[in-house]
Write a protein that binds this ligand. Structure first.
Ligand code: FAD
Length: 290
């Protein structure tokens, strides 16, 4: 099945994003959660690359294990950070050998402490160059790229960021998966702007069920995703862990219901290797509203 074809069905296609655990027990716990998430009939699972200091091999280990366990397609994220084109090509060859179906092709973040991304000698500067390289040499992979409803933090302005997003699509990306956001209005504005800019590939909103306020603040600062005042106020009404979990999950559930009724072809959930929040928010939801 091609990546784009998941989004042609009348059912909203869901995907779950994992990250490489650091320990054996972490891997075991993640796989248990993957099995639970499998019951929601996701289109595919993805695993991050290099984020939080993880190694490249660990990403492929995760997707290989998840594919074996679920029989579902898997996507490996891939960034340009610290790699020459030859090293990226070697990774892509290995990813193909290990059964990876799709890629989330990214530039990656600048290293901690520096505001600007610097390509290594013989490396790539922007994600559109990575997409072009994959299309030219590894055309069998489906490719997703990142989009930013609240504008990428390094972008000069929203219009330039959108032009750069279009470069990635023109280079051959099949779908756009967005950065997480808490206010659906930001996504709808972004989607309208993409359409006006001539982007025709599926645009998949990224949703993170936050489970406590401190985490929400940390992630929001990292990803430049504003927390709506109403969500901050509700979460802060009570320090109790269960209370904050329920408020965060309910917010993501309401976001999901609203997105489906606004005809999104899919939703990508940042589940952080857990299943409880996603299970609670998806429980009993009708995914076939469009
Ligand atoms: P780009 O699309 O290259 O954009 C980077 C910046 O450069 C933007 O400001 C853009 O406007 C500008 N730009 C783009 N192209 C050009 C051009 N040709 N000329 C001039 N300016 C240009 N990070 C990880 O480390 N690992 C992961 O696994 C990971 N997964 C992610 C998954 C998703 C769905 C998302 C939304 C983000 C993910 N990230 C991950 C974070 C991502 O790496 C960062 O947001 C990074 O800073 C930008 O990556 P990008 O691919 O969007 O870059």
């Amino acid at each position: 099945m091609t990546l784009a074809s998941h989004y042609q069905s009348s059912r909203c296609a869901i995907s779950f994003e994992l990250f490489p655990p650091k320990t054996e027990s972490g891997i075991e716990a993640m796989l248990n959660n993957v099995e639970r998430l499998r019951s929601f009939d996701p289109a595919f699972f993805t695993c991050t690359y290099g984020a939080g200091g993880s190694t490249q091999d660990s990403t492929l280990d995760v997707v290989e294990k998840v594919k074996k366990l679920t029989g579902l397609p898997v996507a490996s994220h891939l960034t340009c950070v610290g790699s020459t084109v030859d090293q990226l090509a070697a990774f892509l060859q290995e990813a193909h050998r290990r059964g990876v179906d799709y890629l989330v092709a990214l530039r990656g973040d600048p290293p901690k402490g520096s505001a600007q991304f610097e390509a290594v000698e013989g490396g790539l500067r922007y994600a559109n160059e990575l997409v072009a390289m994959i299309r030219e040499n590894f055309n069998h992979f489906g490719i997703a790229v990142a989009g930013y409803p609240e504008v990428h933090q390094e972008a000069v302005d929203a219009k330039t960021d959108l032009d750069n997003l279009k470069r990635k699509v023109d280079a051959g990306a099949d779908v756009i998966i967005t950065q997480l956001f808490y206010d659906n209005a930001d996504f709808y504005r972004f989607r309208d702007d993409c359409v006006a800019a001539g982007i025709t590939v599926p645009i998949i909103p990224g949703v993170l069920p936050v489970t406590n306020f401190k985490q929400a603040e940390r992630i929001a600062a990292m990803c430049k995703a504003a927390i709506p005042k109403s969500l901050a106020e509700s979460m802060n009404q009570n320090d109790d862990a269960d209370y904050q979990f329920n408020v965060g999950v309910e917010h993501a559930r309401l976001q999901t219901i609203d997105l489906i009724s606004n005809q999104v072809p899919g939703i990508h959930y940042y589940v952080l290797n857990k299943s409880e929040a996603a299970e609670k928010l998806l429980d009993g939801l009708e995914l076939a509203a469009h």
